[in-house]
Design a protein around this ligand. Structure first.
Ligand code: SF4
Ligand code: SF4
Length: 78
């Protein structure tokens, strides 16, 4: 818990939501300190990759475990 929170410059991973499993509960939106998750209640949510630092704060609150972390450079190369 003592590790500093990653920043956009130091991030190695970013969050990605498996939208087919997202129930739109809004918990991840409230948990994200960067405002990087976009979504309306009861609708599937999306991570704004340009804002996500990969801090993992959104993972524990998700009831369906549909948020996964992917390497940041994998997205940059896509
Ligand atoms: S990993 Fe952190 S910054 Fe990225 S969407 Fe989740 S809570 Fe927000
Ligand atoms: S916490 Fe999980 S199920 Fe709830 S809105 Fe976020 S991604 Fe979807």
């Amino acid at each position: 818990m003592s590790a500093p929170r990653p920043t956009l410059a130091t991030r190695t991973q970013v969050a990605w939501i498996r939208e087919s499993d997202c129930i739109g509960c809004f918990r991840c939106v409230k948990a994200c300190p960067e405002g990087a998750i976009l979504g309306a209640s009861r609708h599937t949510h999306t991570v704004l990759q340009d804002l996500c630092t990969g801090c993992e704060s959104c993972l524990p609150p998700c009831p369906t475990d549909c948020i996964v972390l992917v390497p940041a450079n994998a997205l940059a190369a896509a």
